[in-house]
Design a protein around this ligand. Structure first.
Ligand code: 3HC
Ligand code: NAI
Length: 708
């Protein structure tokens, strides 16, 4: 063998252990090692059966994603290259038992399905998540899975990529036994039980492949659902086509069809983007000056101040992670309203089947409502989520500093305010950090962690670790106005309003960006968040506006009419009782009249221009954020936009998208806007420099990391 795969014996049962930490990916050397072991097992008369097992915390989490670039460039054989190994395992005359724990994903599940039997410990997750990387299973997964679980379930697993747990896998026939206790011992026992039985080859099964009639309905429904739920993404449709081939074609031909579809997907920009997203998300957890071994503060209890929209959601997030949390409001009626909203949210989750009633009851017991500071002295971390106003935040933090124990972390959910100024009223600015959750906090994955000047490394490491525990993607950002996400969102929203002022309809602006892939159009987002929020902020900061610089006015015109968005039944759109948006010609007329008076020329505006104006505004500000060091890497900005702002993951995030368009092209277009619209379109110096040097934002990442 080699150092990645070991062969040992328990009397007449051979044990093949895959040992490629951290996730036993099928990197170069692993398939080769397994193949060598199987060859020995087949030839060894003393061996009756074999067990294949993963060393460490998991079975095999799939092909090595880092090697995909080599497949694309032809440095390694086209495709994952372990197809022949799977056939060799299936053809082995001795029964081979795949023993799974942790995860068996992608190529890992494909490997397991080539075995003659599968066993797993409770809680093991198995799945074909390839679509999340913009590809499809490439080593027979789309052909063997339907033979084991049936066409409908295989379509679901391959097109959506969500794993299933061992108990469901057992029910479906994907595994043969759940092993309680020691996996290796249990698998060896199972192997002894089946010695002498004929080996069963997955590829020879056909009883679950269904009839053409049944299958047509399944594929039609699956395609329709994939087009709707994974808008614009190619891989889910390719995965469905590949499973469809399994039901129509003999196994070998089906595998060839899978290979063809796999190669198309692998070479697509979508898969490059989604693989970037996978690694960017993991990279975001690495902070150059906060090493992995930095000590952390245990967060076993928490407290939240303010039971409004965000505070209530944040309390749910802690409770959902099993951390008891105090939730404090200013007065009893406010607290009752907050708790009622939390209960309502949980009721919806039970109705939608996300949680069981039992789980919800348990979580609700972890949230302790209060109007006093009693118990705050025991909390390991407090998150403030009161109204957005510096004076109030300072008052709250001064009080927290008095009542909280020494060593407790004090965090603010502010979306715009200066964390250093908030920290300055405490005696422990080193323990103050911004934890910017996104609305609804219990749903959105993003957590921007705002580092103040004095925030200590332990607090950063703790917040990063906590993000994971809370099921969030934590991204560390610097302390500038709006931090990274909202700072970039501002010019994006500004351009969407400018476009309306210049003659595009509200629907045309939203449609162009929705068609581009954004989860919602910007104006519909404004209506959802409440137009009054921005209006109040603009009024407060009016004194900072630079003379002669254009301001977006149309949103304010709506607010002056009491049109604050969904909450008042009208904003950019009108809303019916089901909150369905209805285009409103009154808005077009209102803006047309204003434009005529203000001397703004209205014209026809193409969907392309709408997208370029909005998306390049994001990119230009993203470049400034990066250059000024408020984000550590372009991938962090992408992670923020995908997880917090509905940017389509298959385009990789705004910075990756700009790289794929080509920075010279983006820069030229921004220069054009600069000439047409003035100083707001001043190109970011970093964009100019990278464009002129023929480089990418991704290459700027390397610069950051080399300083680590
Ligand atoms: N290839 C290469 N590296 C991988 C990997 C893979 N398949 N899966 C995980 N890693 C790396 C991560 O990048 C990370 O590296 P880092 O520590 O340097 O940042 C490390 O392993 C640990 O990963 P996580 O931080 O994600 O650890 P978790 O414990 O949170 O999650 C996991 C483990 C559920 C296995 C998760 O990593 C995951 O979902 N991995 C991807 C699984 C996947 O998509 N498999 C299919 C691959 S494609 C394929 O198999 C094609 C086939 O059809 C031929
Ligand atoms: P909200 O108005 O829904 O809730 C604020 C709550 O704080 C109210 O219930 C209020 O009664 C309570 N409160 C005020 N003073 C208090 C005090 N001294 N003690 C206890 N409770 C007090 O506001 P929302 O939207 O929840 O915002 C809270 C914070 O989160 C703000 O800083 C906001 O900028 C930020 N934020 C808001 C987001 C959003 O989409 N709403 C997104 C991300 C951050």
């Amino acid at each position: 063998m080699n150092e990645l795969v070991q062969l040992t014996w328990n009397s007449d049962i051979a044990i093949v252990t895959i040992d490629n930490p951290p996730v036993n990916a099928l990197s170069l050397g692993v398939p080769e090692g397994i193949s060598e072991a199987i060859e020995q097992i087949a030839a060894d008369d003393g061996v009756q059966a074999a067990v294949v097992i993963g060393g460490g915390t998991t079975f095999v989490a799939g092909a090595d994603i880092k090697e995909f670039e080599k497949f694309r460039s032809g440095q390694r054989p086209r495709g994952p290259g372990h197809l022949p190994l799977l056939r060799q395992i299936e053809d082995c005359p001795k029964p081979i038992v795949m023993a799974m724990h942790g995860t068996a994903l992608g190529g890992g599940l494909e490997l397991a399905m080539a075995g003659h039997y599968r066993v797993a410990v409770p809680g093991t997750q198995v799945g074909q998540p390839e679509v999340k990387l913009g590809i499809i299973p490439g080593a027979g997964g789309t052909q063997r899975l339907p033979r084991l679980v049936g066409v409908a379930k295989a379509v679901e697993m391959c097109a959506y990529g969500s794993p299933i747990k061992a108990d469901e896998a057992l029910r479906l026939g994907l595994i043969d036994r759940i092993i309680d206790g020691d996996l290796q011992a249990g698998a060896v026992g199972f192997a002894r039980d089946i010695v002498g039985r004929p080996v069963q080859k997955t590829r020879d099964k056909s009883d679950k492949l269904g009839t053409p009639q049944e299958n047509d309905a399944i594929f039609t429904a699956a395609r329709e659902s994939a087009r709707k739920k994974q808008r614009g993404v190619v891989a889910p449709l390719a995965a469905i086509d590949a499973v469809a081939a399994s039901a129509k074609l003999p196994f070998e031909e089906g595998c060839r069809e899978e290979q063809r579809l796999f190669a198309d997907c692998l070479n697509s920009n979508q898969s490059k983007a989604l693989i970037h997203v996978f690694f960017a998300e993991r990279e975001a957890a690495k902070i150059p000056d906060v090493p992995k071994n930095t000590s952390t503060i245990a967060i076993n209890s928490a407290a939240v101040i303010g039971a409004g929209t965000m505070g209530g959601g944040i309390a749910m997030v802690f409770a959902n992670a099993g951390i008891p949390v105090l939730l404090k409001e200013a007065d009893q009626p406010g607290l009752d309203r907050g708790i009622a909203r939390i209960r309502q949210n949980y009721v919806h989750s039970v109705e939608r089947g996300r949680f069981t009633q039992e789980f919800v009851d348990e979580r609700l017991r972890l949230i302790q409502p209060t109007v006093t500071f009693d118990g705050f002295d025991k909390a390991d971390m407090v998150i403030e989520a009161v109204f957005e106003g510096m004076a109030l935040k300072k008052e709250v933090f001064a009080e927290l500093d008095r009542v909280c124990k020494r060593g407790a972390i004090l965090a603010s959910n502010t979306s715009t305010l200066n964390i250093d100024e908030i920290a300055s009223v405490t005696s422990r600015p080193d323990l103050v950090i911004g934890t910017h959750f996104f609305s609804p906090a219990n749903v959105m994955r993003l957590l921007e962690l705002v580092r103040g000047k004095k925030t200590c490394k332990e607090v950063i490491a703790t917040a990063m670790q906590l993000s994971r525990k809370l099921g969030k993607v934590g991204v560390l950002v610097g302390n500038c106005r709006g931090f990274v996400g909202n700072r970039m969102f501002h010019p994006y929203m500004r351009e969407s309003v400018f476009l309306v002022e210049e003659g595009a309809t509200v629907e045309a602006v939203d449609k162009a960006l929705y068609d581009f892939g954004m989860a919602m159009g910007p104006l519909a987002v404004g209506d959802l968040a409440g137009l009054d929020v921005g209006w109040r902020i603009r009024k407060e900061y009016r004194h900072l506006e630079k003379p002669g610089v254009r301001q977006a006015v149309a949103g304010d015109l709506l607010c002056e009419l009491g049109r604050f968005g969904q909450k008042t039944g009208a904003g950019w759109y009108k809303y019916d009782q089901n909150r369905r948006a209805i285009p409103d010609p009154e808005v077009t007329e209102l803006v047309r009249k204003w434009a005529a008076e203000a001397g703004v020329t209205q014209r026809r505006i193409s969907a392309d221009e709408i997208v370029d104006r909005c998306i390049y505004a994001l990119v230009n500000e993203g470049a400034r954020v990066l250059e000024e060091g408020y984000a550590l890497r372009a991938g962090d900005v992408d992670t923020i936009y995908i997880n917090g702002y509905g940017f389509p993951a298959h385009l990789g995030g705004p910075m990756w998208f700009a790289d794929t368009v080509g920075l010279q092209k983006v820069y030229d277009r921004i220069l054009e806007f600069h000439r047409q619209h003035g100083s707001l379109w001043e190109p970011a110096p970093l964009l100019k420099q990278l464009a002129e040097d023929g480089k990418t934002f991704a290459s700027f990442n390397a610069g950051v990391e080399s300083t680590a």
